[in-house]
Design a protein around this ligand. Structure first.
Ligand code: ZN
Length: 261
């Protein structure tokens, strides 16, 4: 079956909008309305954007180079020998929830050898983000969205050439993911007092939700004969996550290091 790009009209301004398969919430490129692609109806939630400070490869790549040159876990010639293959500024969609979570837990503390039963309710408040793309290989946990710099969504904040990504899930689905992640997070936070859980049940109460686009650079670089990925924050210029060649992958490095032939 061929995947056909569909076209719908913006319910707010009438502009024709094209959507890719799988896109659930699209943003009109003329009036900035957010539209539910299944119903053709406009959403009324708050949409924000983190303005990108580094909007071109020329502005971000010096930071990528500088990252390559720092840190003792990298090959020392990484900056010198790497070749940038591709750099793309993506505007990624997130749901950001201000949420109160309450986890009822039953379990045991076994590592003391006493098998003490532990139960209780653990409550915590969070600002928690869920990436609204499916199967996206993005290190959401490592990325701390600079929420303090967000502004109301505005098309002039979408840099020319940036890849604007629409949401592939609705808020309802994001809430399900949110509940699962907060349940797992509660287990993690409780691991000091419970090491074997019989049961946890997390209830969430969303105080506020907003839809947010945030700028992220996906940089592919080649070192030796492999290509690696470096993800950088388009607002701060900091590295978020990276694949790093291990020093041993380059021939000769260990020889040099350990003084071999
Ligand atoms: Zn419109």
């Amino acid at each position: 079956m061929t995947q056909v790009v569909q076209s719908i009209k913006c319910p707010n301004c009438g502009a024709p909008l094209e959507l890719e398969p799988g896109e659930i919430i699209i943003t009109c490129g003329f009036c900035a309305s957010d539209i539910n692609t299944a119903t053709g109806v406009k959403y009324i939630f708050q949409h924000s954007i983190i303005p990108a400070r580094y909007t071109t490869p020329e502005t971000i790549l010096p930071y990528a180079r500088s990252w390559m040159g720092k840190g003792f876990l990298k090959p020392p010639d990484l900056a010198k020998k790497s070749r940038i293959m591709e750099s793309t500024l993506e505007l990624l969609p997130f749901f950001v929830f201000h949420v109160k979570a309450s986890t009822e837990y039953i379990g045991y503390l076994t590592r003391t050898g006493t098998n003490e039963e532990r139960k209780g309710t653990f409550e915590k408040e969070y600002f928690w983000k869920i990436m609204a793309r499916r199967g996206a290989e993005f290190p959401t946990a490592e990325y701390s969205v600079p929420l303090e710099s967000k502004v109301p969504f505005n098309l002039s904040q979408v840099p020319p050439g940036a890849k604007f990504l629409s949401a592939e899930m609705e808020e309802d689905e994001a809430r399900k993911v949110l509940r699962q992640e907060l349940d797992a997070h509660a287990r993690h936070l409780l691991s000091d007092i419970v090491d074997t859980f019989t049961k946890t049940e997390t209830k969430i109460e969303v105080e506020e939700m907003e839809f947010l686009h945030a700028p992220v650079w996906i940089i592919k670089y080649q070192y030796g004969d492999r290509v690696y990925r470096l993800v950088m924050d388009g607002a701060s210029g900091k590295d978020i996550w990276a694949e790093i060649p291990s020093p041993g992958e380059k021939k000769g490095f260990f020889k040099k290091m350990f003084g071999g032939a």
